[in-house]
Ligand binder design. Structure first.
Ligand code: HEM
Length: 166
């Protein structure tokens, strides 16, 4: 590890490294739970879907965006202290953070808002009767699933690249 030949305090570096990893856990942990939550809601209670999308959006705004700030801030400190800015794993981490932040802000949050509106209309239309999910809702739900899976894969790949430092 690059720390051995540095004169700065190792413990500060380690605390920030722990913060960096905790930020990644807080930011991205929930992404892996979303597919299970939505699969269950779609199978068991369509009427819970509008609330589920509101919860999903709140998690994206607070946990993912907030956690990303911590990951990037702590990562920048680590890259500076360890003189690692020229290394591939740091470039990859920055790229991953930008892509994930971009996908969450420009695809996931708007699609979740539109999915909530579409499924709320479906619930209203069905009243007390059988609820049929509209094509518009299905299309938006598919977009959310695909984008979420892409983010999850990127997070897993980034963890491997950060640890292996190729
Ligand atoms: C999706 C985003 C990211 C994830 C999931 C992530 C995850 C991790 C993990 C798990 C480690 C621990 C590796 C180890 O101790 O062997 C680590 C270390 C590190 N990360 Fe990230 N990271 C991300 C983004 C970034 C960014 C944006 C930067 C730089 C701006 C960065 C810079 C670093 C540095 C310099 C280390 C320290 C390596 C060491 O001393 O071992 N990371 N990261």
């Amino acid at each position: 590890m690059a720390m051995q030949d540095l004169s700065i305090g190792t413990s500060a570096y380690e605390v920030v490294l722990a913060l960096h990893i905790a930020g990644a856990l807080v930011a991205f942990g929930s992404i892996f739970a979303f597919p299970i939550m939505f699969a269950l809601a779609r199978r068991q209670d369509h009427r819970s879907l509008p609330l589920m999308h509101r919860i999903e959006r709140m998690i994206e705004r607070v946990l993912i965006n907030g956690g990303l700030l911590i990951v990037v801030g702590a990562g920048a400190y680590l890259a500076t202290a360890g003189k690692d800015w020229s290394r591939f794993f740091v470039d990859w981490g920055l790229g991953a953070a930008i892509v994930i932040g971009g996908l969450v802000g420009s695809v996931m949050i708007p699609a979740s808002r539109r999915a909530e509106a579409a499924v709320s209309r479906d619930v209203e239309k069905a009243s007390e009767g059988e609820l049929e999910l509209s094509d518009e809702y299905r299309r938006l739900a598919r977009r959310l699933t695909v984008t979420g899976l892409l983010c999850s894969a990127l997070v897993l790949a980034t963890i491997f690249i950060m640890v292996l430092k190729p």
